[in-house]
Design a protein around this ligand. Sequence first.
Ligand code: DOR
Ligand code: ZN
Length: 367
Amino acid sequence: MNATAASPASTATAGKTVDRIELTRPDDWHLHLRDGDYLPAVLPFTVRQFARAIVMPNLRPPVTTTAMAIAYRERILAALPEGTEADSDFQPLMTLYLTDRTTAAEIEAAVASGIVKAVKYYPAGATTNSDSGVTHVDRARPALEAMQRLGLPLLVHGEVTDQSVDLFDRELAFIERTLAPLVRDMPGLRVVMEHITTRDAVAFVESCGPNVAATLTPHHLLMNRNAIFVGGIRPHYYCLPVLKREVHRQALMDAAASGNPKFFLGTDSAPHARHTKETDCGCAGCFNAHAALELYAEAFDRAGALDRFEAFASFHGPDFYRLPRNTGKVVLVRERWDAPDEYPYGADTLVPLRAGEPLQWRLAQAG
Ligand code: DOR
Ligand code: ZN
């Protein structure tokens, strides 16, 4: 007979196979929903499992003002799956895209709006639609000082854009050159280092006060950089920051399973049309929203840490963002299924993470 966990805490029992996990409904603290015809293609995947999501602002044009964030939020609400708009409790939590020209007044307006929950710092040129990002942290000082004063979190894409730095070392270089000095100079600034990929980032976040936290993606918990090159080049495993060595993956998994409230769930689900990834200069980003919780469950299960899953997925994020924890539940069951080869994506198609390959867990119930 299989042991069934009434709650993740009971999965700690050594030696028993857990086939059912019940969690407080989680949130996704880092998500790309895109816009236009792409938005309704991906939104339902998130809504079925998460109550809230921090929505990235790297659209074209980027969401640089509160007025743009309000309009984008309306488009998201209008794109909620049929029948759920009225009763869905899904809440998009909006972000602003920081530029060299973001003013303190814009930050004040963002906080006053009540709908902007954070500001995203893309180093200019670091990743998808980051051209309008920050060229030097000093240029963003007025906005950062207002954020420190008002308690609005800064979400950081932590990679230098200096092409002379090895691609695999760009996160560490960003910590040394930009993030550590920033945290030192602005000790009251609340910072989330997004999608961390190295043991250096884990150590840095651990070394800071409680105002500095990090999100972890399912792909960085499950895979190392070999995944990009299995039998040939695998564009659907290419994201930024890029997957790193196994030693880093292990450090990330240890952090996620540590129970430390600084580490929480952020999928970085980043859809791109198939043809824009399967090309001579493919886009960075992995789409994982079709199976995000299932992939995280697999990572925690492999690490023997299912008893730590709920806090990572459902408690640490809202606690950091000073929002209430959710009250609903979701249930995952151990059940093998194959991810589809592709999904429709507007007029295009989208290749999900693990396309055509088995997943070990299935979301059975959400409410
Ligand atoms: O892989 C990535 N994709 N990393 C990012 O930082 C951006 C994202 C996207 O928007 O596609
Ligand atoms: Zn992202």
